[in-house]
Design a protein around this ligand. Structure first.
Ligand code: 4AD
Ligand code: MG
Length: 433
């Protein structure tokens, strides 16, 4: 393949005229008289190729005649500006070569959700999923850049661990050469070891939760962005979160408005996401929930999806809920000295009922306090000895948070279901393909 290939976006951008060679996959096809109009897609765009009987050789014409949707092809021809063609340009083919004819593509219009999930490996080629995954890629880049620009380092935590981080009920157990181990729920505890060397670190790694229920916002495997910062208070922590969310939304709206529009979204929706975000103390949440019609909501109750939807329905930006009762939250969260019985922690709830985007807290950094709390929670301290040890040598106040990438993508792109925010979703009834 000695040819130099042109990307379709270069042609559509008017940067390439005259003779070109493109390669890609058949996106659509129609025929009339002695012509085949084959729309070809590559990773940058789609363009129509006109294959005319009296212009191309017999083999090329036959190839264009028999291609299936998604056959892979190489087209040589002349670029022509043509207002009737989608995108304003078309290629008048001189040669139409088959790389792989393949078989008839199994996905057509109006297929069931289950069928599309079974053929996810093929469905990923669709415009919709391609656009979502492009947006996801930008979102992840912007997040990384945000942290690099603030002097954070990225490190990698272990995925197999003996230390549950977020309670026993969602742990995936595995047999580690005869010992019980788990797929990690969060890299946070390891992150807390990193900060004594690096001060500001983040990890971006998969987390696992054996979620027993089917919801539109839970995955069993999701990508977890977890920053951890030495010397940060919970107040600093919340400021960092809102600055991060603001930046990602602003950059998406200004740098990728076209992509958002292709996804049927109004970029202004993200433009409105500016810090500071509203905050509500858990204590104030109780009368608020009563006002919203959840009369039974009481101290210690968690928000269900109906409650979350009611609370965030009218909002334009996310809202922090903070100072939860200690008993509701994980063992490592520091009690608020000014509000005993509550922890220095916050959940960031997305607008429009998309659910919790971020959970964060100031960590207990004194050993006695941590041990007392672990005993209260009946944790097997031997499995966490190393974590306790971090409080033995030069412990410092610190805070951090965890953001579910797919939750952020779901909200930013206003998706109905979290499974479309990840290429191969893992949920309770699906581990294939
Ligand atoms: O609130 P969580 O459980 O907090 C932690 O794991 C902390 N250790 C994080 C930290 O402080 N470093 O999870 C954090 C976030 C949630 O806010 C949510 O966005 C996402 O992870 N998340 C899920 N996303 C998809 N599917 C699930 N089953 C999720 N569970 C949590
Ligand atoms: Mg949480």
């Amino acid at each position: 393949m000695g040819n130099v290939f042109t990307s379709i976006s270069e042609i559509l951008g008017g940067k390439k005229t005259g003779e070109v060679a493109i390669r890609g996959w058949v996106y659509r096809k129609r025929s009339s008289g002695g012509m085949h109009f084959v729309v070809v897609r590559d990773s940058t765009g789609v363009i129509q190729c006109a294959v005319k009987k009296d212009v191309v050789d017999a083999k090329s014409f036959e190839n264009a005649e028999k291609v299936f949707i998604e056959s892979s092809v190489i087209v040589n021809g002349e670029v022509k500006e043509d207002n009737r063609a989608p995108g304003g340009y078309e290629i008048q083919a001189k040669q139409f070569e088959l790389v792989h004819l393949g078989e008839a593509f199994p996905i057509a219009k109006d297929q069931s959700v289950e069928f599309l999930l079974d053929t996810r490996h093929l469905w990923l080629r669709s415009q919709k999923l391609t656009n979502i995954m492009k947006a996801r890629d930008y979102i992840v880049r912007y997040l990384r850049e945000f942290f690099y620009n603030k002097g954070f380092r990225e490190l990698s935590p272990p995925i197999i661990t003996r230390a549950g981080c977020e309670g026993g009920s969602t742990l995936f157990k595995l047999d580690y050469f005869g010992k019980e181990a788990y797929l990690t729920q969060s890299g946070q505890l390891y992150n807390e070891a990193f900060i004594t060397a690096f001060e500001k670190v983040f990890i971006l790694a998969p987390s696992f939760r054996a979620e027993q229920s089917r919801t539109v916002r839970h995955l069993c495997e999701y990508w977890h962005l977890e920053p951890e910062m030495a010397w940060y208070s919970q107040e600093d922590n919340m400021k960092l979160q809102e600055e991060m969310v603001e930046e990602v939304c602003q950059r998406m709206a200004s740098e990728h408005a076209d992509l958002l529009k292709e996804l049927g979204l109004e970029p202004d929706r993200l433009k409105k996401v500016k810090a500071p975000f509203p905050r509500i103390d858990y204590e104030e949440l109780i009368p608020k929930m009563h006002e919203l019609g959840f009369k039974k909501f009481k101290w210690g109750d968690d928000l269900g999806s109906d409650e979350e939807a009611a609370l965030t329905k009218e909002l334009e930006k996310p809202i922090f809920i903070h100072n939860f009762p200690k008993g509701m939250k994980a063992f490592y969260m520091r009690e608020d000295p000014e509000k005993p019985g509550t922890v220095l922690a916050s959940d960031l709830q997305a607008p429009g009922g998309h659910g919790e985007l971020i959970g964060g807290s100031e960590r207990i950094w004194e050993m006695d306090e941590l041990l007392a709390r672990m005993r209260e929670e009946k944790l097997r301290i031997e499995d966490y000895q190393w974590y306790v040890d971090l409080r033995r040598y030069g412990s410092v106040p610190h805070s951090g948070f965890g953001l579910g990438i797919e939750r952020l993508v779901k909200w930013m792109l206003n998706l109905d279901h979290i499974r479309d925010a990840i290429p191969f979703p893992r949920v309770i009834n699906r581990v294939y393909p």
